[in-house]
Design a protein around this ligand. Structure first.
Ligand code: ASP
Ligand code: MG
Length: 421
């Protein structure tokens, strides 16, 4: 097999951990597989580097931030190459620019535009393991860029796409993608497979296991991507390791488990704002949402009530970090402009979502969801739906209760085949 191995920061967290990674990679190499490795910086290193810059200036030049942050990965690849060489395996490290990874010039959040896989493939032909830095590339003008926090996942999937790897294995500190966070629901179950669209929803809903862009990339280039643990014995048989964790797959692949709901996501980053007593007439939504957009604040959920005697209420959510700013925009600009009655805000809310591609072909999923919440006396403040997701906004203090109730209602603790629905 031709594979890319990606190792996260905790997997590379110490010299001991790096030696363990080297043992694992050498095992694959010796078994005849062709492996390209993409490691992250050692745990905490990127934060430390960016912290140094922040100590000098809170508004540091993004170009320089990338110049600094990219060095964390440069150290990792060199150490890993030495560790592999110490095991008697040929290995060679490359930074993003040395490996031919081109990006746009959006410093601190650059997008990959092109990867030349030729060099990596010729190393592999020569029996050398290429090790490429995560999270970075070079722009058209020769500047070093980074792909944004967590961007090593994206780098790995992009490299896998460029060399047409059979699989991209993301080795991390969790052993799988779970039906929900096992810290909240004890009997959360690891998923053997998950559809890429479901993974995309989970990543956009705040699951931090994979950077969302890596999932986007996996979908666009159809790279089979697996999330698995780097904390198992590095010498376990490859047949077992290669089947462990969660494989992100494509809907039409036969392997899909037949689940209606695959997972439950939740996120405390929401804040709700309601504008009361706005005139019910054309153009109002635009006059509210427009200034928020101009202030560069993203809106997530939106609800507009049915009007009564010419007036209506308009509610939406923003990221909790943007709550104060959004309130200011509404109070200072929107409320006076529209002659609205009042602006009320609540930043003690959270969003709970059920995700599953099976929702497309099943009715009654929302009813099951709302009943489970009603049975627990949890009030739903807002609802949004898409083809494969239903989200509700509830009071923060009910979050864990809501997640547990939904996990039970959809029987996510059982194998899909054993569920009633
Ligand atoms: N080292 C970078 C970060 O901490 C990139 C990554 O690990 O994915 O965000
Ligand atoms: Mg990560």
């Amino acid at each position: 097999m031709l594979v890319v191995h990606k190792y996260g920061g905790t997997s590379m967290g110490s010299v001991e951990r790096i030696k363990s990674v080297a043992q694992r990679v050498a095992k694959w190499h010796r078994a005849g597989h062709r492996v390209v490795v993409v490691p992250s910086a050692m745990a905490g290193e990127t934060n430390r580097l960016l912290g140094l810059a922040k100590e000098i200036s809170a508004e540091a030049d993004p170009r320089e931030l990338d110049q600094i942050a990219s060095t964390g990965e440069q150290v990792s690849v060199g150490l890993l190459a030495i560790a592999l060489q110490a095991l008697g395996v040929k290995a060679k490290s490359y930074t993003g620019w040395q490996a031919g990874i081109k990006t746009d010039s959006a410093f601190t959040k650059a997008r990959i535009t092109e990867i030349d896989g030729a060099k990596l493939l010729s190393d592999l032909d020569a029996g050398v393991i290429p090790i490429v830095t995560g999270f970075q590339g070079i722009d058209g003008a020769g500047n070093i860029t980074t792909l944004g926090r967590g961007g090593s996942d994206t780098q790995a999937v992009a490299v896998a796409a460029a060399i047409k790897a059979d699989e991209c294995l993301i080795y991390t500190d969790v052993d799988a993608i779970y039906t929900t966070d096992p810290r909240v629901v004890e009997d959360a179950r690891p998923l053997k497979v998950i559809a890429f669209e479901e993974m995309f929803e989970l990543a956009s809903l705040g699951s931090k296991v994979l950077q969302i862009r890596s999932v986007e990339f996996a979908g666009k280039y159809r790279v089979p991507t697996r999330v698995l643990s780097s904390f198992t014995d590095p010498l376990i048989p490859i047949e077992i390791e290669a089947k462990s964790g969660t494989l992100i797959t494509f809907e039409e692949d036969e392997k899909m488990e037949q689940a209606v709901v695959s997972g439950i996501a939740f996120n405390r980053d929401e804040a709700k704002i309601t504008l009361r007593g706005v005139p019910d007439m054309p153009g109002i939504a635009y006059k509210i949402v427009g200034p928020i957009g101009e202030a560069n604040i993203d809106i997530d959920m939106i609800v507009q009530n049915i009007g009564e005697s010419g007036h209506t209420d308009f509610s939406f959510t923003v990221h909790r970090n943007e709550f104060d700013r959004a309130m200011r925009v509404l109070n200072e600009q929107v409320k006076p402009a529209l002659g609205a009655k009042e602006v009320v805000g609540d930043n003690r809310v959270c969003k709970v979502s059920i995700v599953g591609i099976g929702m497309r072909s099943h009715v009654g999923i929302a009813a099951t969801m709302f009943k489970a919440l009603a049975d627990e006396n949890i009030n739903i403040q807002m609802i949004t739906t898409s083809e494969i997701k239903t989200s509700v906004l509830v009071d923060d203090k009910y979050m864990e209760l809501a997640v547990r109730a939904l996990h039970r209602a959809f029987e996510l603790d059982k194998e899909p085949a054993a569920r009633a629905a």
